[in-house]
Design a binder for this molecule. Structure first.
Ligand SMILES: Cc1ncc(COP(=O)(O)O)c(C=O)c1O
Length: 520
C-alpha cells in the first residue's frame, strides 16, 4: 500500500506516541543532539517503498502531522540480524551495543508493527526473524539557511540554558578518572566547545559533513595543503588568486617540493592545459579579486576529478549564502571568515568545510597536529557573525546593485565589473551557481591612475582601507594597495581601477558619497 503523501512528497513516519516518539522528535526535529541529522530504521514492508538517496520526504508523526522536511543521505537494506553498530550507534539513543539495539527494536516492532505487517502481507504467520530485511534510512533535516545559521551547532547550553554558546575560555578539561572525558573534551587545541559550535554551523551552512575553524584564512589554507599534498605534487592555482594564497603556494610551498601552474580559472581550457599527472589540487576562487571573474565550479570539479585531483573552492567572496560549492562537486571549501562570515571587521579567522568524512578526519588530525586553531573568543565572534549572514548578504547585494547602477550611468566611469551585469563575461555561470551576485564591485575611472587615486581619497563614508566583507563600506586602489605586489607581473591590475566593498549602510548615503567622490 503506497504510503500517504504530503505536498506530493512521500512521508516517513517518525514513530508512535510516547517517550520513544518524543526522543526521536527531540533528536531529529528539535536538534536535541544534532541540528541537522537523524536516522530511522523501519521494516521493508514493500520494496517499492524503500527510500532513495537524495529523495526529500516529509517526516510525519503517527497522527499524520508534518514535522519536518528531510533529505535521505544513505539507505542500507540489511537483515535484522546484521544491522551494523555504525547505524545502531548513530541512532544516538544510548544503546550499549548492537544486541541492545536489536532487543529494543524487536520489543518495539513486535508490539507495534508485526500486526500491521501481517495485515499488509496477508500472511497471518509473518514474524520478525534475523533474516527480516530492515531499511536503515539516514537523513538530514532540511532547514532554511537562516534557520541553520541561527541554530546549527548552537543548542542552549545544557548547564544553564544560555541560548548563546558560551565562550569556553579554558585550555584543559577535568577527567572523571584517567580517560574519562566529559563530552569528549580533553585539550583545547584538539577541541573546544565554542569552536565546535562554529565548526558545526559552518558545516551545516556549506552543506558539508565536517567544518574546521582556524586562526586565519591562511592558517586554514596551510593546513589543507599540508594535509593533501606531499613533496613532488602539483597544484593549479588561479592566475588572479588572492596574493596570500599565491605567496603560500609559490614562495612557501615551493621550498617543500610543491610545484604549481597558474591558470585562468574562468576558462576551463586554461585549467585543463595546466593539469599534470602529478596534479593533486585545482584551486579556485570565484568570484575573483579584484576583477570579479567567475569560474564554473561544476565543470572544474569534473576536470579535476578526471585528473585525480581535488577541487578546492575559496568561497570567501560569495559565502555559503550565495554559493554552495560542495553541492556543485567541489571537495573542499575554504574561507577567510575574517570577511563576510565574521562580517564586522573585528576578527581574523579561517575555515575548511568538506563532504567526505575520511578527508574530514584527516584534516582534523592535521588541524590538531599543526595547531593553528581558532581561539574560543574568535570562534564566538565568527559564530555571532554567521547568525546574520543571510540578512547581511541580501543587504550587501541590494546596495551593490544600486551602486552598480550609479556607476554605469556616470560619465567618469569607463567600465564596471560586477557578476550581476548581463554584459559581464561570467554572468551566465554566476547566474547558474550563485543565488545573487555579492557586495564586491570594481570600476575603472576616466583619467587613469591619478583619477582613480583621487576618487579613493575623496570618499568619506566609504573608508579607504584594505580587506572586505564588513558591514561598513570600504574603497581601495588595488594597483597601489592590495595588488601592489603584482606590479610588472601578468597579474598586474589596471592602474585606473577602484575596488569597493559595498557595506550595509543606508544606500542613499553611499550613493551620494560616491557621487561626490567622482565629481572632482
Ligand atoms: C579570497 C581570500 N582568501 C583567503 C584570504 C586569507 O585570509 P586571512 O586574511 O583571514 O588569513 C583572503 C584575505 O584577504 C582572501 O581575500
Amino acid at each position: 500500500m503506497p504510503r500517504p503523501r504530503v505536498n506530493g512528497l512521500r512521508t516517513l513516519e517518525l514513530g508512535l506516541p510516547g517517550p520513544f516518539r518524543k526522543r526521536l522528535t527531540d533528536l531529529v526535529v528539535h536538534g536535541h543532539k544534532r541540528a541537522t541529522a537523524g536516522l530511522l530504521a523501519e521494516y521493508d514492508v514493500d520494496r517499492e517503498e524503500v527510500e532513495r538517496v537524495g529523495e526529500r520526504l516529509v517526516l510525519v508523526g503517527n497522527d499524520g502531522e508534518s514535522l519536518a522536511l528531510v533529505e535521505v543521505t544513505r539507505v542500507d537494506v540489511v537483515p535484522f540480524g546484521q544491522v551494523s553498530w555504525e547505524f545502531a550507534d548513530a541512532e544516538d539513543e544510548g544503546f550499549a551495543d548492537v544486541d541492545d539495539w536489536r532487543a529494543s527494536h524487536r520489543w518495539f516492532w513486535e508490539r507495534h508493527t508485526v500486526g500491521p505487517v501481517r495485515e499488509h502481507t496477508g500472511d497471518p504467520n509473518w514474524s520478525l526473524t534475523s533474516e527480516t530485511d530492515v531499511v536503515c534510512v539516514w537523513f538530514r533535516v532540511v532547514h532554511g539557511f537562516e534557520t541553520l545559521a541561527i541554530h546549527a551547532g548552537q543548542e542552549p547550553d545544557p548547564t544553564t540554558g544560555a541560548v548563546v554558546p558560551p565562550i569556553y575560555a579554558t585550555s584543559t578539561y577535568a577527567q572523571d578518572g584517567i580517560g574519562g572525558l566529559r563530552a569528549g573534551y580533553e585539550y583545547s587545541r584538539t577541541a573546544n566547545p565554542t569552536r565546535t559550535a562554529l565548526e558545526e554551523c559552518l558545516a551545516a551552512l556549506e552543506g558539508g559533513s565536517r567544518g574546521l575553524a582556524f586562526a586565519s584564512g591562511m592558517a586554514a589554507e596551510d593546513t589543507l595543503l599540508r594535509t593533501v599534498l606531499s613533496p613532488g605534487d602539483h597544484v593549479v592555482i588561479p592566475d588572479d588568486a588572492y596574493g596570500g594564497t599565491y605567496r603560500l603556494v609559490g614562495n612557501v610551498g615551493e621550498r617543500w617540493g610543491m610545484s604549481w601552474t597558474p591558470a585562468h580559472v574562468s576558462d576551463p581550457e586554461s585549467v585543463r592545459s595546466a593539469l599534470r599527472p602529478e596534479t593533486k589540487v585545482v584551486w579556485v576562487e570565484t568570484p575573483t579579486n579584484p576583477l570579479l571573474g567567475v569560474a564554473d565550479i561544476a565543470t572544474l570539479a569534473g576536470l579535476a576529478h578526471d585528473a585525480g585531483a581535488l577541487l578546492v573552492v575559496d568561497n570567501t567572496f560569495a559565502t555559503p549564502y550565495l554559493q554552495q560549492p560542495l553541492s556543485l562537486g567541489a571537495d573542499v571549501v575554504v574561507h577567510s571568515t575574517t570577511k563576510y562570515c565574521g562580517g564586522h571587521s573585528d576578527v581574523v579567522g579561517g575555515a575548511l568545510v568538506v563532504s567526505d568524512t575520511g578527508l574530514g578526519d584527516e584534516l582534523a588530525y592535521h588541524q590538531n597536529a599543526i595547531g593553528a586553531v581558532a581561539g574560543p573568543f574568535d570562534a564566538w565572534l565568527v559564530l555571532r557573525g554567521l547568525r546574520t549572514l543571510g540578512v547581511r548578504m541580501d543587504r550587501h547585494c541590494d546596495n551593490a546593485e544600486r551602486v552598480v547602477a550609479l556607476l554605469q550611468a556616470h560619465r567618469r566611469v569607463t567600465e564596471v565589473f560586477y557578476p550581476g551585469l548581463h554584459g559581464h563575461r561570467g554572468h551566465e555561470v554566476a547566474a547558474k551557481q550563485m543565488r545573487r551576485f555579492g557586495g564586491m564591485v570594481s570600476f575603472r575611472v576616466d583619467g587613469g591612475e591619478a583619477a582613480a587615486v583621487e576618487v579613493c581619497n575623496r570618499a568619506r563614508l566609504f573608508t579607504l582601507g584594505e580587506s572586505l566583507g564588513g558591514v561598513e563600506s570600504l574603497i581601495e586602489h588595488p594597483g597601489r594597495m592590495t595588488h601592489a605586489s603584482a606590479a610588472g607581473s601578468p597579474l598586474e591590475v589596471p592602474a585606473d581601477l577602484v575596488r569597493l566593498s559595498v557595506g550595509i549602510e543606508s544606500v542613499d548615503d553611499l550613493l551620494s558619497d560616491l557621487g561626490q567622490a567622482l565629481s572632482g
